[in-house]
Design a protein around this ligand. Structure first.
Ligand SMILES: Cc1cc2nc3c(=O)[nH]c(=O)nc-3n(C[C@H](O)[C@H](O)[C@H](O)COP(=O)(O)OP(=O)(O)OC[C@H]3O[C@@H](n4cnc5c(N)ncnc54)[C@H](O)[C@@H]3O)c2cc1C
Length: 440
């Protein structure tokens, strides 16, 4: 039987597998999805998860539940030998294995595009996973605790930097500040004006997906909240939290979030597949890898022609990824049945971004919305897109909980390192027992 191997269980991987399991006939093919994570993450909701408007567990979808007819392997594909049609899979634990396939779907998405900035690896954090969203929420709330308990640490603790003004950066900037502004009220002696929020963007504008006028509007709204947006500025260094910017300013910060763009997952490059100048698997409009029979690609890791003429290639976005997955699955089935392949064509509808509770900006099909109507559209659009009915219900209940009983501001900073207290107790006990033995 034909074996379809899907590398990656994100947008493209999960939606392709869902459609395949629905449409494949009995005995026609088996489907395996390999991903290091057992869940698919609905990334557009990560900023709301970081801000406490949505429970983090509700922005991920367990792959094994969504894909009962597929085999899900928790592991990483480290290499593909397409000549022999074998992938190397390194499981979460254990030795690497070889996984033969007949059809391969490359859907490993993107990785953060970083620069060799001193201190970035040690003191910065990215923003693409649910773990990072949970960490940031606890971390920001814990900085308020530090600031109100240790006045000499206040300035540094209350300085928050986001690098990169795309939608991920702007949304996490707006959402986290909104949460911190609300939470700071319970801290005696602290006020929102004690906080310093800095968005650093290398180009001359933020949110390139929307018009310059809407981008300017977003900057104005953020600035009115006391937040600073530094355009044409780069992060130069951040050793031990000492942040230096290219415009000559420097300050201390406990929090630096890196959201300065993404690049294609390096798997296609490492496997010797045809890639473009950005490392993306070069695909045709029917989502087949150019010159590689049996290999398909879509999403952030693929260079797919944009047939609408908006751009040469489809932009890396969930909007394209979901729609490409549908065409990709249909084309795989058509290829199995010697049918006709369909080209992928979708006109990018626009963008919606949340800037905190009841604040947003949107430009969809040329319609521009600001403030709460934009925020409502952001929620309605993403709610309609979040996978599975169960997740939709949970997200709705989360929003209602926040609406009726206000935002939860508990900092669970301890979960960043839950074993620390335990190890300390065990060490102290061991130490005192050794001391007792000596004195006896
Ligand atoms: C914070 C944030 C907010 C966003 N908001 C929006 C938005 O509002 N609108 C929008 O259109 N887009 C948004 N995006 C972008 C959107 O999420 C991506 O474009 C989309 O996820 C791309 O889908 P994909 O399937 O290509 O990659 P992903 O969904 O990232 O899936 C890739 C999968 O591959 C897995 N993987 C990686 N390496 C390997 C390997 N070696 N072997 C096996 N598996 C591997 C990963 O674990 C992951 O599960 C946002 C992104 C972020 C980070």
């Amino acid at each position: 039987m034909t074996h379809i191997l899907i590398v990656g269980g994100g947008y493209v991987g999960m939606y392709t597998a869902i459609r395949l399991q629905k449409k494949l006939r009995q005995g026609e093919a088996t489907v395996t999805v390999v991903d290091p994570q057992p869940n698919m993450t609905y990334q557009p909701f990560l900023p709301e998860a970081a801000a406490g408007s949505i429970e983090p567990r509700h922005v991920v979808v367990p792959l094994r539940r969504a894909l009962p007819k597929c085999t899900v392997v928790t592991g990483k594909v480290t290499n593909v030998d397409h000549e022999h049609k074998v992938a190397t899979v390194v499981p979460a634990e254990g030795l690497p294995t070889s996984m033969p396939y007949d059809i391969l779907v490359m859907a490993a998405g993107s990785v953060a595009r970083t620069l060799p900035i001193p201190g970035l690896a040690e003191s910065g954090i990215g923003f693409a996973t649910v773990g990072e969203a949970i960490y940031l929420r606890n971390h920001v709330l814990s900085r308020l605790d530090v600031a109100s308990s240790t006045p000499e640490r206040m300035r540094r603790a209350l300085t928050f930097v986001v690098v990169g003004g795309g939608y991920a950066g702007v949304e996490v900037f707006g959402e986290l500040e909104d949460m911190a502004r609300y939470a700071v009220r319970v801290h005696k002696g602290l006020s929102p004006s004690d906080m310093r929020w800095v968005l650093v963007e290398a180009s001359d504008r933020i949110l390139p997906e929307i018009s310059p006028a809407m981008s300017d509007y977003t900057i104005r709204r953020l600035t009115e909240r006391g937040m600073r947006v530094r355009l044409n500025t780069k992060l130069v260094s951040m050793v031990d939290g000492h942040v230096e910017l290219s415009d000559g300013t420097s300050f201390e910060a406990d929090t630096v979030v890196w959201t300065a763009g993404v690049k294609a997952n390096p798997l296609a490059m490492k496997s010797g597949m045809p890639i473009d100048y950005r490392g993306r698997l070069i695909c045709t409009e029917t989502l087949q890898a150019r010159g590689l029979r049996g290999v398909w690609g879509a999403g952030d890791s693929a260079a797919v022609p944009d047939l609408t003429g908006l751009g040469a290639l489809c932009t890396p976005s969930a909007q394209h990824a979901v729609r490409q997955a549908k065409v990709l699955a249909d084309n795989i089935i058509a290829s199995l049945r010697n049918g006709n392949l369909k080209p992928y064509k979708h006109k990018h509808a626009g963008s919606v971004a949340s800037l905190g509770l009841h604040k947003g900006v949107a430009q969809v099909y040329g319609i521009r919305l600001r403030g709460w109507p934009a925020w409502l559209m952001h929620r309605a659009y993403h709610w309609s897109r979040v996978p599975t009915a169960g997740r939709k219900l949970r997200v709705l209940l989360d929003w209602m909980t926040v609406f009726f009983s206000r935002r939860e501001i508990v900092s669970l900073g301890q979960i960043q390192n839950p074993r620390r207290d335990w190890e300390l107790v065990v060490r102290e006990t061991t130490h005192s027992m050794k001391g007792n033995t000596r004195t006896q």
